[in-house]
Write a protein that binds this ligand. Structure first.
Ligand code: DGI
Ligand code: FE
Ligand code: FE
Length: 187
């Protein structure tokens, strides 16, 4: 079923985004091998995590409105954040994914959340470290850390993301902060 999903996602994304998607797919597979998580689930979640990324903000908002998916204030102001929630919805309705862990991994891939499952962490981290990413600071160290201690990698990514948002004046989703608090307290 992975080939079918891959083909369908390719149609829904531009070439650059699809390359990122493939990068997340195989990076998630590698992390799943390292941490003993189901490899096919990791690949499916990796393939689908950004399936709503190439839609318009209007489309993302309307998917949420029509399907009674709650939209927070920060999300209304920054509708690109909704590609995670809208993506989880499309993964179920359009791509036929039933596994709630895969759907949660798609839903939480941008901000994270408290008490993430192993698969959710794998997708969150794979999204950040996949080989096509180039602009993040400390990427070399975080890539190595991801295969040594996924929780520490998670905290480093959240720290850098929050720092970047503060510097660039982006609205911080309370969920991103909550995830950071949850995992930095754990270390
Ligand atoms: O969809 P991708 O680009 O592959 O990756 P993503 O879904 O993790 O989105 C990355 C962007 O999301 C990145 O520019 C940082 C931003 N982001 C993460 N948490 C927050 C956030 N943006 C805002 N405004 N607020 C957040 O809390
Ligand atoms: Fe994304
Ligand atoms: Fe992504």
């Amino acid at each position: 079923y992975l080939r079918k999903i891959r083909k369908a996602v390719q149609k829904a994304q531009d070439a650059k985004r699809f390359e990122h998607t493939l990068g997340v797919e195989y990076t998630a597979a590698a992390l799943a091998m390292r941490y003993g998580s189901d490899i096919d689930s990791a690949r499916a979640a990796g393939l689908l995590h950004d399936c709503a990324k190439c839609l318009s903000d209007e489309k993302r908002l309307s998917i949420c409105r029509k399907n009674h998916i709650p939209v927070t204030e920060v999300e209304r102001k920054n509708p690109f954040l909704l590609h995670a929630k809208a993506g989880a919805y499309l993964a179920r309705e359009k791509y036929g994914i039933k596994d709630p862990d895969i759907l949660n991994a798609i839903r939480s891939h941008t901000t994270g959340r408290k008490n993430m499952s192993l698969l959710e962490k794998i997708i969150f981290v794979a999204d950040y470290i996949e080989p096509g990413r180039k602009h993040a600071p400390n990427l070399t160290d975080i890539r190595k850390l991801a295969f040594l201690d996924i929780n520490r990698a998670l905290v480093e990514i959240l720290k850098d993301t929050l720092r970047y948002l503060e510097a660039s004046g982006g609205d911080i989703d309370p969920m991103t902060e909550e995830t950071w608090r949850c995992y930095s307290a754990l270390l």
